[in-house]
Design a protein around this ligand. Structure first.
Ligand code: ATP
Ligand code: MG
Ligand code: MG
Length: 391
């Protein structure tokens, strides 16, 4: 049978492999970790660095088409593979998503508003930064995720100190925006230009990490959802993108929508699609990679997803504070959670729980949003998580 390849062996690669295998494909994973979540469930596991040319050649030998599951795959590796096999999304699109400055310039070029920003890559720029960008957030242009590499700054002095602390690497300073809430949109675009999307998803972050996604028609005004979807489509088309793309947005206190960033792959905020849609984001990733038709996904249930971070494994570890004498990790009481109707548990097979590490997620489905929310409240209480929508 045909083999689909993925660079990166984390949970996104694992869920991609599940979707590919369900449709009859074999899977091949390239990841430096000998025991990665995706590697464990795949037919072939190439255990090398992302830029090891021999490993890439082996992947190209095994796989008929190749995708990625995390955005920091070196773009030259993708270019290298593309000589031998279809690579989707292409290196050109992935490399824009890898650099916040190029990403924001792309958004502006597509006519989609983002927060006011300035590039910071030399000390001389700091005195010239427009005053309206403060207070702001200094973000490293590359390699940040889950809020890592970000510092809030109120003054030019703080900005200068923060840039020093960041190691004087290229950064973007963004104005701190008054957020009402956050949302994201996932689109899938085929090689023929056909584009389909999921509904706008409402997201809650805690400590810079996605905590909750809730999707039903009443929690985002229709006009905001429509604008977010149209913006995500424009961003994908502007890249001539092939694959699954997630675009994150801020909804401001005055109701305006601004784009935050994009991820050139399925996204944590789309995990609910596995349990609440007839076609998941991972199936669409498989379809775009294999050149199969896309169909517009239909959400058949309201959904609420709770991320399960490593903190849960340490009952004495405060979810926002510091350790209180915790030692050995303890398995949370999944049986109690699974006794709740509409609870769908996903664990990624990671053996080492760590604070802030994404270990799994729990999606709640139900006949209406009130049922979903009350089940989610129960599940959160059983797990010792904050009430999902209390913020
Ligand atoms: P990930 O890729 O894991 O989503 P990241 O490290 O790339 O995270 P961002 O998405 O840029 O980080 O920011 C993380 C969170 O910080 C946002 O979801 C939002 O809650 C907050 N945030 C970021 N930028 C701003 C801003 N300009 N104004 C207000 N809040 C912001
Ligand atoms: Mg990001
Ligand atoms: Mg983000």
């Amino acid at each position: 049978g045909a083999t689909l390849g993925v660079i990166g062996g984390g949970q996104l690669g694992r869920m991609f492999a599940h979707a590919a295998q369900r449709m009859g494909y074999l899977t091949a994973v390239l990841d430096p970790d000998a025991d990665s979540p995706a590697g464990r469930v795949s037919h072939h596991h190439i255990h090398t660095d992302y830029n090891d040319v021999d490993g890439l050649a082996r992947l190209a030998g095994l796989a008929d088409a190749i995708t990625t599951e995390f955005e920091n795959v070196p773009a030259p590796s993708l270019d290298h593979l593309a000589v031998a096999r279809p690579v989707r999304p292409a290196a050109a699109a992935v490399s824009i998503a890898q650099d916040r400055l190029r990403e924001k310039n792309h958004f502006v070029g597509c006519g989609v508003d983002c927060a006011p920003y300035a590039a910071i890559d030399a000390a001389e720029q700091i005195p010239l930064v427009p005053a309206n960008l403060l207070p702001g957030i200094l973000k490293t242009a590359r390699l940040g995720y889950d809020g890592k590499g970000q510092q809030r700054v109120s003054t030019r002095e703080e900005l200068a100190a923060a840039w020093e602390r960041a190691g004087q690497v290229p950064c973007v300073l963004e104005k701190l925006m008054p957020l009402d809430y956050e949302c994201s949109v996932i689109v899938a675009r085929g090689q023929d230009g056909q584009i389909v999307h999921f509904p706008a998803q409402r997201n809650l972050h805690r400590n810079g990490i996605l905590a909750v996604t809730e999707v039903h028609p009443q929690n985002i005004p229709e006009s905001v959802g429509r604008l977010a979807v149209n913006s995500a489509i424009a961003i994908a088309e502007g890249l001539q993108y092939v694959g699954v793309l997630c675009v994150e947005f801020f909804v401001l206190a005055d109701g305006a929508l601004v784009v935050n960033e994009m991820a050139p792959r399925p996204h944590n905020s789309g995990h609910w699609t596995l349990d609440a849609c007839d076609v998941s984001q991972f199936e669409l990733q498989v379809r775009t990679l294999a050149g199969l038709p896309l169909t517009t996904p239909r959400q058949h249930s309201p959904a609420l997803m709770l991320n399960l971070l490593g903190d849960l494994w340490f009952p004495d570890l405060d979810t926002v504070g510091s350790p209180r004498g915790a030692d050995a990790p303890v398995e949370p009481r999944w049986a109690d959670v699974l006794a709740l109707p509409g609870a769908h548990l996903h664990l990624y097979g990671k053996t080492e729980p760590r604070r802030g590490r994404k270990m799994g997620h729990l999606t709640i489905t139900g006949k209406d949003i009130d049922t979903v929310r009350s089940t989610a409240d129960f599940a959160a209480a059983l797990l010792g998580l904050p009430i999902p929508l209390s913020e």
